[in-house]
Design a protein around this ligand. Structure first.
Ligand SMILES: Cc1ncc(C[n+]2csc(CCOP(=O)(O)OP(=O)(O)O)c2C)c(N)n1
Length: 373
């Protein structure tokens, strides 16, 4: 390489941009644009329908939790509408032995591993029982808690991935953050560590356009968030995060690569947050236009996947109506269950914090217990 080529910075930036074509199998209208990709997906009709049901579950929980929040009956809630393919179709590619590391917006992926909705409701209210990751019949759910500290879950995931490798488990750690999270040091440190130790980790950067009010373009000058994985030697790709088939195929392929001992993969998903950052009072119209929100609603993932399944004649309107009624009844029962759980005492919260409490905490526990709190 000559000095002329090496020092052509403009050319280098152009070349970088070309390295990350977006993987898409289903376009916005539900038309297959990559027939070979569709073949590689390899899901049976029943599995395709199950995946759509998982996406509907996520949407329905989102609708109900937003209502609960407006009634003051929810704790912290980060809406997920628009991200159903990015979240549920990726999670669909992992096994129950794989370890999930969610961010605060990624509760749907934990539900897809069998975590009951009522526990998620308690988590949102800060109740300690909402931090117990087991199924209704007490089987372990391999998930960490939804991380609030942005990026921290990447360091945890890298550590667990290394542990899985050392124990020769047929399992990976899969971890999620957002476009904002991709600027956090921990995110890169986790990917880099997994790369250096060839630890089986699949990292998702859900580029949903905004980090609260900070738009993607102000987040970083990097042309693609996936490029951050390259610095760690990880295969890194950009996927249409609103296309369930592309998300599933990319995740399945990344999992196979990681579990075979090749190290981590980074997947940037192009999606959009259609609702406020959280239900705590964020008003998106202060930092984005109504037109841009409307535009993304046209591209949301349920529309195109529904069309695909309907064209295949394996899903119809009546089935969807019945399934949503079923989901609503299930969510009603879970809301009842969460409401019926005994109010959290300060003493029980403290008792649950450390396995062996120190002197100061022991004194606090005693004092609160004596006060009946
Ligand atoms: C280390 C850290 N810094 C700042 C915050 C405050 N904070 C909460 S959410 C958020 C934006 C994150 O945006 P992004 O990663 O794009 O995820 P999204 O909310 O869009 O899913 C920030 C800055 C935090 N939780 N943790």
């Amino acid at each position: 390489m000559t000095a002329k080529d090496s020092l052509d910075f403009k050319k280098q930036l152009k070349e970088q941009d070309k390295q990350f074509p977006m993987l898409q199998i289903l376009d916005e209208t539900g038309k297959v644009v990559d027939a070979d990709g569709e073949k590689q997906v390899g899901l049976s009709n029943d599995e395709l329908v199950q995946l759509f049901k998982n996406m509907l579950l996520s949407r329905q929980i989102d609708i109900r939790c937003t209502k609960l929040a407006k009634q003051g009956r929810m704790g912290f809630f980060a809406p997920t509408a628009g991200q159903e393919a990015s979240q549920m179709a990726s999670a669909f590619a992992f096994t129950e032995d794989d370890w999930l590391f969610p961010g605060y917006r990624d509760l749907p992926q934990i539900y897809s591993k069998g975590w009951p909705i009522w526990k998620g409701l308690l988590w949102s209210r800060g109740h300690q029982l909402g931090n117990i990751y087991t199924t209704e019949d007490d089987k372990p759910v391999n998930s960490w808690f939804p991380q609030i500290i942005i990026g921290a879950q990447f360091v945890e995931a890298a550590g667990v991935a290394l542990g899985l490798k050392k124990r020769q488990k047929d399992a990976v750690a899969f971890v999620y953050t957002g476009d904002g999270g991709s600027s956090q040091g921990d995110t890169y440190e986790g990917i880099n560590f997994a790369g250096a130790y060839k630890a089986p980790m699949v990292a998702f950067i859900q580029n949903n356009g905004f980090a609260i009010s900070t738009p993607r373009d102000l987040q970083t000058a990097a042309q693609h968030l996936a490029a951050k994985g390259w610095a760690a030697g990880a295969p890194s790709i950009v996927v249409d995060g609103n296309d369930a088939l592309a998300m599933y195929l990319a995740s399945k392929t990344a999992r196979a690569w990681a579990v075979a001992g090749n190290g981590p993969v980074v997947i940037e998903t192009i999606t959009n947050r259609l609702e406020p950052h959280s239900t705590a009072g964020d008003d998106p119209l202060r930092y984005r236009t109504k037109e841009s929100i409307d535009e993304w609603w046209q591209k949301e993932p349920l529309i195109r996947f529904r069309k695909y399944l309907t064209d295949k004649k394996i899903w119809d309107e009546a089935q969807e109506e019945a399934y949503i009624a079923e989901l609503d009844a299930r969510i009603d029962a879970d809301i009842e269950k969460a409401n019926g759980v005994e109010k959290q005492k300060i003493s029980s919260f403290l008792k649950n914090t450390l396995e062996v409490p120190g002197q100061a905490m022991s004194e606090q526990i005693k004092a609160f217990e004596e006060a009946g709190k």
